[in-house]
Design a protein around this ligand. Structure first.
Ligand SMILES: Nc1ncnc2c1ncn2[C@@H]1O[C@H](COP(=O)(O)OP(=O)(O)OP(=O)(O)O)[C@@H](O)[C@H]1O
Length: 443
C-alpha cells in the first residue's frame, strides 16, 4: 500500500515509517497538515495515518480536504492516549479507525490488514471513475477551467440516465452543445435528437408543433403531421428557451412528461412516447417558478438533474483555447494571434459568451489583412470595453457578505448554529467565513 504518515513528531514518523516499510509498504512522511496535503495531491495515497494534533491543522481538517479530493481514501487517526471522545468524533468525520498513542505496532498491522480489502475496492472505483472522466468527448467542446471540468463531469454522470435534465446558463454559454453531448453520451446516441426553440414558435402553432396534428384538425391542416415529441421517439427532445413556454402549454407539456403519452391535435387517441427531455434556459427558472411565472411542478419535472453553465467571464482560463479552436476552424490560412490582441480578448467581458467570442474571431479573420491578428484588427467595442474592475466588485461583495454575517450573528446572540440557519448556510461554512473576514464577538 502507499501510506502517508502525517505527524509533527519526527521520532514517531521514523518509527512508524521504518516499521511499515519493512512490512513492504511504500511510505510518504509529512511533518504537518500542509505537507501532507501536498503529498496527497502528488502521490497515489491509499491510506493515511494522521496525527490528530498537528501545529497547523488538526488531523480531521486534513482528512476532510483529502476526502474532498478522493472520497474513497482510507484513514486511521492517531489520537492522544485516553482521548476517547476525540476518537469518536474523528470517526464521525470519516476516519475508518483510530489508534491511541503510544501506537501499538501489532494493533496497527491488524487495522491495516482490515482495511486492505477496502483499499482494493477504492482503487477499482477510482480507476473506473478516471476512465469515464477522461474518455474523449464525441463533440468538440473546449474547456479545461475548473467550472467547465465540473460541468463536463456532471454531464458524464447524468447522460446515461433516463431523467430530464435542465441546463441553465446565459445566452451563448454552450447550452445546445451540452444538450447534444448529453444525447450522444446517453444510451441511445443513434436515435434522433430533436430541437424545439420555445421562443421561436408562435403560441397558436405550438401545440401542433410539439404534439402533431391530424389531417383537418384546423384550417390549413391538409395533412397529418407528426409533432417533435413523436419525431424524437426513443431519442432526445431538446426544449431550448423553455422559460418562454406559454402558460397554456406548460400544463400540456407537464401531462406529456408525467404520462409519457401525447395526443395529436384533432385526435382522441393517445400515443406512447419514450422520449428523454433535455431543457435549457437562460432565465432563472426557479425564481420564475416561485413568482408564478412558470409552473412549479413542471419546473421540478424538468429539473430532475441540473447542469449549470458558467458565463465565459467567470472562466477566462478557457478563452485562449477557445480562440485557438475558432481560428483553426475558420481561418483560411495559417493564422496567429498577437499577444496584445490576446490581452484585449482576455479582458473583455463577453455578454454574449462563447458565441460572441466565436463571432469576434470570425469577423476579425475576415477583416484582418495579415496572417497575424493584431489588437487593432479587433472590433471597436471589444478594444474599447472598460476592463472589468473585478477587484472593486469583489471588495464590495466581501463587505456586503461580512455585514450580513455580523448582522445575523448579532441577531442570534452570537450562537453560531442559529446564525448559520438564519443565513441558510452550514455552520462549517459560517466558521470558515468568520475566519476569512476575522469576525470576532466584540467584548
Ligand atoms: N465549450 C465550447 N467549446 C466550443 N464551442 C463552444 C463552446 N461553448 C459554446 N460553443 C459554441 O458557441 C456557440 C453558442 O453555443 P450554443 O448555441 O450551444 O449556446 P446556447 O447557450 O445554447 O445559446 P442560446 O442561449 O443563445 O441558445 C456555438 O457555435 C457553439 O458551438
Amino acid at each position: 500500500m502507499n501510506i502517508l504518515i502525517a505527524d509533527d513528531d519526527a521520532m514517531q514518523r521514523e518509527l512508524l515509517g521504518g516499521f511499515l516499510e519493512k512490512q513492504g509498504h511504500r511510505v510518504f512522511a509529512a511533518a504537518d497538515g500542509e505537507e501532507a496535503l501536498r503529498l496527497f495531491g502528488q502521490e497515489h495515497i491509499q491510506l493515511a495515518l494522521l496525527d490528530h494534533r498537528m501545529p497547523d491543522m488538526t488531523g480531521d481538517q486534513v482528512l476532510e480536504r483529502m476526502k474532498a479530493q478522493n472520497p474513497l481514501v482510507r484513514a486511521i487517526m492517531i489520537t492522544a492516549y485516553g482521548a476517547v471522545s476525540t476518537a469518536v468524533s474523528v470517526m464521525k468525520l470519516g476516519a475508518d479507525d483510530f489508534l491511541e498513542k503510544p501506537v501499538d505496532l501489532t494493533q496497527l498491522l491488524v487495522k491495516i490488514d482490515a482495511l486492505d480489502q477496502q483499499v482494493a475496492i477504492a482503487d477499482d472505483v477510482n480507476e473506473l471513475v478516471q476512465a469515464i472522466e477522461e474518455a474523449p468527448l464525441p463533440l468538440d467542446i473546449i474547456g479545461s477551467s475548473p467550472a467547465m471540468r465540473e460541468t463536463l463531469s456532471r454531464v458524464r454522470r447524468v447522460a446515461d440516465s433516463p431523467w430530464s435534465v435542465l441546463i441553465q446558463g446565459e445566452t451563448g454559454t454552450g447550452k445546445e452543445l451540452i444538450a447534444r453531448l448529453i444525447h450522444l453520451l446517453g444510451s441511445t446516441p443513434d436515435a434522433p435528437f430533436v430541437e424545439v426553440n420555445c421562443a421561436a414558435i408562435p403560441e397558436h402553432l405550438f401545440e401542433s408543433e410539439l404534439f402533431g396534428h391530424e389531417k383537418g384538425a384546423f384550417t390549413g391542416a391538409d395533412r397529418q403531421h407528426k409533432g417533435r415529441f413523436e419525431q424524437a421517439r426513443g431519442g432526445t427532445l431538446f426544449l431550448d428557451e423553455v422559460g418562454e413556454l406559454p402558460a397554456s402549454l406548460q400544463s400540456k407539456l407537464l401531462r406529456a412528461l408525467q404520462e409519457k403519452r401525447i395526443s395529436r391535435v384533432g385526435s382522441e387517441r393517445d400515443i406512447a412516447v419514450e422520449t428523454r427531455v433535455v431543457a435549457a434556459t437562460n432565465r432563472d427558472l426557479r425564481t420564475m417558478a416561485e413568482d408564478g411565472g412558470f409552473r412549479e411542478d413542471l419546473y421540478f419535472r424538468l429539473n430532475v438533474l441540473d447542469v449549470p453553465l458558467s458565463p465565459l467571464r467567470q472562466r477566462r482560463e478557457d478563452i485562449p483555447a477557445l480562440i485557438e479552436h475558432f481560428i483553426a476552424r475558420y481561418a483560411r490560412r495559417p493564422t496567429q494571434l498577437a499577444p496584445e490582441a490576446l490581452d484585449v480578448l482576455m479582458r473583455y467581458h463577453y455578454p454574449g459568451n462563447v458565441r460572441e467570442l466565436k463571432h469576434i474571431i470570425q469577423r476579425t479573420l475576415t477583416l484582418a489583412r495579415g496572417s497575424r491578428l493584431q489588437a487593432s484588427d479587433l472590433p471597436d467595442e471589444v478594444r474599447r470595453a472598460e476592463p472589468q474592475d473585478q477587484g472593486a466588485l469583489q471588495e464590495r461583495l466581501d463587505s456586503v457578505e461580512r455585514e450580513m454575517l455580523v448582522a445575523a450573528l448579532d441577531a442570534c446572540d452570537w450562537i453560531q448554529t442559529h446564525a448559520a440557519d438564519r443565513l441558510g448556510i452550514s455552520e462549517r461554512v459560517l466558521r470558515y467565513k468568520m475566519g476569512k473576514y476575522g469576525i470576532r464577538r466584540k467584548e
